[in-house]
Design a protein around this ligand. Structure first.
Ligand SMILES: [Zn+2]
Length: 469
């Protein structure tokens, strides 16, 4: 199967000439787009191929979005640790839970987080999984995403230092063990290479030492596994590199450990200036921009317009649900546009069209998959969603497909999602999963995890004493 056809639609291709096809049609076979063009021709061709044609009248087809940074395991932590900065939020909110995760929690979080992400139009997820208090959680997370049907880039997160700075020893691993696991997983999923790919994901400068980063670079270059890392989310990276490593700043540390390269996807990149951006540009480093998390933790405004002017590839991520409270890329589209307009006090500083590119083709470039996904073109994988503006009051009426998607979309308007040719959502519902049951199970697992984490009552109730469980 993994075939289908739709007629009478508007197609926002995000192809190299950014064509929008009105009164268009699409056919996909064995997971790949085989035809894109006038609706009547799609209908004729589909008939000769014995493929049933769906009428998409009034609907708009967009390329599936690439969420270039998320932590699916954090889906169980929504709503905890609000109103804190990064340096307070991590030890109070993430640390107690991170050591308490077991298979059932990761499975519930990854399943529900993937459902939520697909509901919001994402078809490829970069999951940066760094909570490994027990062995085997990588496998659990990958299987959960796989079962729901999203395309996955699994970033195997790790830390190899930090015990003397209060990090739990359960989360500190030997880099060699991490790399062995990545190689074993790569082998295991070899036959699903386009659906499950891998990255190595050193947590941050405070969690991986100089040897660890050098080893990461060597492993990445030898094994052809790209790297993703939280970088310069706040000024703390520079402070730590000075205090702990006697370096001038974090970028010097990254240069000395040879980490910078065109296979590196740097996440956040907020506390940067000319020197850092020059180095990123020179080495072809890609950036994952996570505006919701940057705003939630008040980390600052990443200089995205400056990066775009320098031709640095910038993609979009939600970050984990613990610092966003959602895995919904639709919110991130709108926030990206609004944040950089107001920051520059210039409504043209970033356009809706550019934001859509960042979420699609630039997202694909940021993970080295732009030859496969990120736009609607013949020969590419069939990863897309169908948007019905009138299915949701928020997105109706629609004068401009992109403006509607970026500024007034709701998840209810995403009525069909196809990934690798497989229909995951049809007529507004998941085809194979009962959504409510998944979320109810997630809530149960979230309560169980919070109990295991042993958050102090005063942390849970510190604002309004309104905790529901
Ligand atoms: Zn993150």
């Amino acid at each position: 199967m993994r075939s289908g056809a739709i007629k009478n639609i508007t197609i926002v291709t995000v192809n190299p000439t950014r064509d929008v096809v009105t009164d268009g049609g699409i056919i996909w076979e064995d997971g790949k787009i085989v035809y894109l063009g006038p609706s009547y021709k799609a209908e004729q061709l589909a008939r000769t191929k014995n493929i049933e044609v769906e009428d998409g009248k009034g609907k708009i087809l967009f390329p599936g979005m690439v969420n270039s940074h998320m932590h699916l395991f954090q889906n169980l932590l929504k709503g905890l640790g609000a109103d804190l900065d990064l340096e307070t939020w991590w030890p109070s909110t993430i640390k107690p839970a991170a050591v308490a995760y077991r298979e059932e929690h990761v499975a519930a979080a990854a399943t529900a987080g993937t459902l939520e992400a697909i509901r919001g139009g994402s078809t490829t997820l970069v999951d940066y999984m760094y909570a490994h208090p027990v062995k085997g959680l990588s496998q659990v997370s990958i299987e959960a995403v796989n079962k729901v049907g999203a395309r996955l880039v699994y970033g195997r997160g790790f830390r190899n230092t930090g015990a003397d700075h209060g990090f739990p020893v359960e989360l500190i691993e030997k880099t060699a063990d991490v790399f062995d696991e990545v190689l074993a997983l790569k082998k295991r999923y070899h036959d699903k290479e386009d659906m499950v790919r891998f990255m190595v994901a050193p947590a941050a400068v405070w969690a991986v030492d100089a040897h660890g980063l050098q080893d990461t670079r060597d492993f990445a270059s030898d094994a052809g596994v790209p790297i993703t890392m939280h970088m310069l989310e706040t000024e703390t990276d520079n402070v730590i590199c000075r205090e702990r490593y006697g370096m001038k700043d974090a970028i010097t540390f990254f240069e000395k450990t040879n980490l910078l390269g065109d296979d590196l996807l740097a996440v956040h990149v907020v506390a940067v200036g000319d020197r850092e951006l020059k180095a990123f540009r020179e080495h072809g480093v890609k950036v994952s921009h996570n505006p919701m998390a940057n705003m939630y933790l008040a980390s600052g405004v990443a200089p995205i317009t400056d990066m775009l002017e320098r031709n640095i590839c910038v993609s979009l991520g939600t970050d984990g649900a613990a610092s966003n409270n959602s895995t919904d890329m639709l919110e991130t589209l709108k926030m990206t546009a609004l944040l950089h307009k107001v920051n520059a006090q210039d409504p043209t500083a970033i356009t809706g069209n550019k934001v859509l590119e960042m979420a699609t083709i630039d997202g694909a470039r940021s993970i080295g998959m732009d030859h496969l996904i990120g736009s609607i073109e013949e020969g590419k994988q069939a990863d897309f969603f169908l948007f019905d503006p009138d299915a949701c009051g928020k997105s109706s009426p629609c004068h401009s497909p992109v403006a509607t998607l970026v500024y007034s979309s709701g998840q209810q308007s995403i009525v069909k999602v196809v990934i690798d040719g497989r229909t995951i959502i049809n007529n507004g519902d998941f085809v194979e999963l009962e959504e409510r049951a998944v979320y109810e199970h997630q809530s149960e697992m979230a309560r169980d995890l919070a109990n295991r984490a042993g958050y102090p009552r005063e942390f849970l109730e510190r604002d309004w004493k309104s905790f529901v469980w």
